[in-house]
Design a binder for this molecule. Structure first.
Ligand code: ZN
Length: 299
């Protein structure tokens, strides 16, 4: 598998799900080994923010990266789209502090990226393999990973709500399955929670165009999938996995995950010294649960 970038610049405008403020993106092709990097062009002198777990700001209700005030919120749906269709290198210039929500899913981002065209680069993509079981959990939530040759996710979403209840989905994440089964699933929120989010200045941009509101007995909009909730949980997880900076090969089982538990899990994957996607050949630490492999049987 080779690294890939976009063929030309892409402009995207919209409003943020949490801030409700307008923002605009300019995605630009990037050279090999540069990864996905955000740059706040509305703040003079801002330093680039690599879309990497080490640059995590916080993971409450959305994933934000950077160091205050140089922060970009809600990167996960765009990151999922990039990871899902296999784009390794892109510079994301942003005017504003939150990635536009668009329709609340990753599908519009996938369309923008594919319409621009995708270019294969010369360098192979370093892949990240899990060598042994890795897990983390808290209360009734768990994320567990075992070795596998592909990224496969088994997701169990459980909500104490009669319309949603328990939803389970297992999927090997390929560009085809991501686009068809995961990307169109939208952000959702429970009506009784929304007011609490507003009080905390979250979900201010949420509306009937970019989120599914789950009321006591009904949804605010026709669903795109009967189990759209678990599919969106999987979408968010793919977007968070993208912060590893390399394609992950593992079978992940997640029960009642969240952005913050995803981050805890990713930090465990990266916990040992030496895990460095830019220099896969330098990886020597046998005590780490992960190893890098560059340009091999999956290419
Ligand atoms: Zn989401």
């Amino acid at each position: 598998m080779r690294q890939r970038t976009i063929a030309k610049n892409i402009e995207i405008q919209g409003k943020g799900l949490h801030t409700g403020k307008g923002s605009s993106l300019l995605l630009k092709p990037s050279p090999e080994n540069s990864g996905v990097v955000f740059l706040r062009t509305d703040q003079p002198g801002s330093v680039p923010i690599p879309a990497r777990i080490d640059w995590l700001d916080k993971a409450e209700r959305c994933t934000a990266i950077g160091k205050f005030p140089n922060v970009v919120m809600t990167v996960e749906h765009l990151m999922a789209a990039l990871y899902g269709i296999g784009i390794s290198n892109v510079c994301v210039e942003i005017k504003g502090d939150e990635v536009p929500a668009l329709d609340g899913s990753a599908a519009p981002f996938v369309k923008f990226l594919e319409d621009a065209g995708i270019i294969e680069q010369d360098e192979p993509e370093a892949e990240l393999f899990v060598d042994k079981p890795v897990w983390c959990g808290r209360k009734d939530s768990l994320i567990f990973a075992v070795p596998a040759r592909e990224l496969r996710i088994t997701y169990v979403a459980k909500f104490n709500h009669p319309l949603v209840g328990t939803q389970m989905l297992e999927l090997a994440i390929t560009p085809e399955s991501f686009k068809k089964e995961i990307a169109p699933s939208r952000t959702f929120g429970f009506w009784e929670e929304v007011q609490g989010l507003w009080n905390r200045n979250l979900a201010l941009g949420g509306d009937l165009e970019n989120a599914i509101l789950i009321m006591e007995n009904s949804y605010s909009t026709p669903l795109r999938f009967e189990d759209e909730v678990v599919r969106h949980k999987m979408l968010d997880m793919v977007g968070d996995i993208a912060l590893l900076g390399s394609p992950l090969r593992a079978h992940i089982i997640a029960v009642k995950g969240s952005h913050s538990l995803n981050m805890e899990f990713l930090k465990i994957l990266q916990s040992k010294e030496g895990a460095d996607a830019e220099h896969p050949g330098d990886f020597k630490n046998s005590s780490s649960p992960v190893s890098f492999y560059s340009g091999g049987q999956n290419s």
